[in-house]
Design a protein around this ligand. Structure first.
Ligand SMILES: NC(=O)c1ccc[n+]([C@@H]2O[C@H](COP(=O)([O-])OP(=O)(O)OC[C@H]3O[C@@H](n4cnc5c(N)ncnc54)[C@H](OP(=O)(O)O)[C@@H]3O)[C@@H](O)[C@H]2O)c1
Length: 258
């Protein structure tokens, strides 16, 4: 779709990646309806709706705003991080991350689908993650939530293939935003994990909407790793010893100081 024709609902618009996406989309000529729980300053050409996407009443409210603005593109960028060894994660946190990253985008999509199907052309972009395609120590919760997003997007893409609604996946690798805690940053440094600026991710989104491709991974090593992992996953297990060791050391230090 031409960006000038796009009227975009952007969740997570107050976040590091979302704010860059908001800017890049408007620069490219799209209109944007941003969503977040925190109030945002008003900007010319951008609408805003305040909503907690984990609350079904707020999802209804967002759907009503989308109808008013005749939204034809949805970008699911809201998300929560869930870094940590499984033993350090409590049940409430696990439920919250799974709901925010997986269930809420599914329910919002369901609520918006009737109006998107009435458009001559519509696009739904899910922001997944390289960690949705490849499981790393410390990312069992987050990776599970994003793997769910990847499979949901793939199923829906095939389910809607004879409709005007195209489903797409954007999978960033680590990106320099407040999303990553100090511990996650230390893990990235210790394991030599590459990272991008939010602007790089935002430009990839603009390209994905324009090109109408099914999916895009950011970073060629991550794209290759995702492919290899899908084909011969268990053979790669030993490649992540460094990641496991860093996580184990961090837990040992935390255990000793608590
Ligand atoms: N940063 C990375 O390394 C990285 C890598 C790969 C993929 N991703 C994915 O990219 C997306 C954006 O990440 P980011 O780095 O921009 O994260 P971020 O800076 O922490 O922003 C998260 C956004 O999600 C919104 N949000 C969270 N829970 C919400 C809820 N219940 N209702 C409404 N909005 C909610 C936040 O808005 P409020 O708090 O204002 O409500 C904020 O706008 C996420 O899906 C993340 O999983 C990130």
């Amino acid at each position: 779709m031409k960006l000038q024709d796009a009227r975009v609902l952007l969740t997570g618009a107050s976040g590091g990646i979302g704010a860059a996406m908001d800017h890049a989309l408007r620069q490219a000529g799209a209109k944007v309806l941003g969503v977040s729980r925190s109030p945002q300053a008003s900007v010319p050409g951008r609408h805003w709706v305040r909503a907690d996407l984990n609350d079904p009443r707020d999802i209804e409210h967002v759907a009503e705003s989308c109808a008013v603005l005749d939204i034809n593109v949805v970008v699911h960028a809201a998300g929560e991080s869930g870094f940590g060894a499984l033993q350090t994660l409590d049940a409430a946190r696990m439920q919250h991350v799974l709901q925010t990253n997986l269930l809420s985008p599914m329910l919002l999509t369901q609520a918006l689908l009737p109006q998107l199907q009435r458009q001559p052309q519509a696009q739904i972009v899910f922001v997944g993650s390289a960690l949705g395609a490849i499981g790393l120590p410390g990312f069992s919760l987050y990776g599970a939530s994003k793997a769910g997003v990847h499979r949901f997007a793939e199923s829906l893409r095939r389910e809607l293939s004879d409709t005007p609604v195209q489903v797409q996946l954007l999978a960033p690798r680590s990106t320099r935003t407040a999303f990553n805690s100090g511990e996650a940053e230390a893990y990235n440094r210790a394991t030599g994990t590459a990272s991008d600026s939010p602007e790089t991710v935002a430009q990839a989104l603009v390209g994905l909407i324009r090109d109408e491709a099914a999916e895009r991974y950011i970073g060629w090593p991550e794209r290759l790793a995702a492919r290899l992992n899908g084909a011969v996953g268990p053979l790669l297990d030993g490649s992540f010893d460094k990641h496991r060791r860093h996580l184990t050391q961090t837990n040992a230090i935390q255990g000793a100081t608590s």
